[in-house]
Design a protein around this ligand. Structure first.
Ligand code: CTP
Ligand code: CA
Length: 228
């Protein structure tokens, strides 16, 4: 426990980071997911810890193992619904929530209990909307500082600003996932960070670790400012 009484700009703050892509089961061996690698969320968890925060990492499917740091609590989840429950259950005590996870927007209406056998020439999967985790929590916000991500493939600024307002976020990180060196799977990212007042920070191609440090630095600054 040598680091438990940590110092740093986020000392004493409870930070929740979600990472990876949710898995929405069709049957026990098949699912719907997405290309999220988990790297951005892992970088955020490590950076928050390095800044003194008490970190919980809620990870869905990822390409790599989450950080093996005794000071980062890792909770594994599969679906959007499980992620929602894991975050909602920790919401009251949370100071900063960062939703770097790529959450499925739709899930199969039914998840078959046993492997589906092939039959006809075509097959139709009926999908239903998942809970929007950020939007639900944005409605229950008191002291919490909420940060969302917006993975876009064009017109990122307009879409990101719309999500910031709709989900009652404090900051949103827009990344153009179609750009070289940015988005899913890479170790680098190109992001623009927006607040209610507009563009806050434009970062060129930098490591996801650097994006994480800069984003958490902004959050720490704003929380300290609000407390004055
Ligand atoms: N998000 C969430 N719950 C969902 C869907 C998204 O909490 N069911 C969060 C993501 O973790 C991310 C932010 O909302 O931080 C924006 O996700 P994004 O997919 O870009 O936005 P959507 O609102 O789902 O809109 P769309 O996919 O249509 O662009
Ligand atoms: Ca979405």
């Amino acid at each position: 426990l040598q680091n438990s009484a940590a110092s740093g700009p986020l000392a004493g703050k409870k930070v929740i980071v979600t990472a990876g892509g949710t898995v929405e089961r069709i049957d026990p061996v098949r699912y719907i997911s997405n290309d999220s690698s988990g790297k951005m969320g892992f970088a955020l968890a490590r950076a928050a810890r390095a800044m003194g925060a008490e970190v919980t990492l809620i990870a869905a499917r990822t390409d790599e193992k989450p950080p093996q740091d005794p000071d980062i609590k890792v909770v594994r989840v599969e679906s959007a619904q499980e992620m929602y429950e894991a975050v909602a259950g920790r919401w009251k005590a949370c100071d900063i929530l960062i939703k770097a996870a790529a959450v499925a927007d739709y899930r199969p209406k039914q998840s078959a209990p046993s492997k589906i056998k092939k039959s006809g020439e075509t097959m139709t999967l009926e999908l239903v909307k998942t809970t929007d985790i950020l939007e639900s929590l944005g409605k229950m916000k008191d002291k919490q500082f909420l940060i969302g991500f917006a993975a876009e493939t064009g017109n990122a600024e307009a879409f990101a600003k719309d999500k910031l307002v709709r989900k009652n976020l404090d900051l949103i990180v827009a990344n153009d996932v179609a750009a070289e060196g940015a988005g899913f799977g890479t170790d680098t990212n190109i992001v623009s960070i927006y607040g209610a007042e507009g563009l806050v920070l434009d970062l060129p191609l930098v490591s996801k670790d650097e994006v994480a440090r800069r984003l958490l630095g902004l959050a720490a600054e704003r929380i300290a400012g609000a407390a004055l």
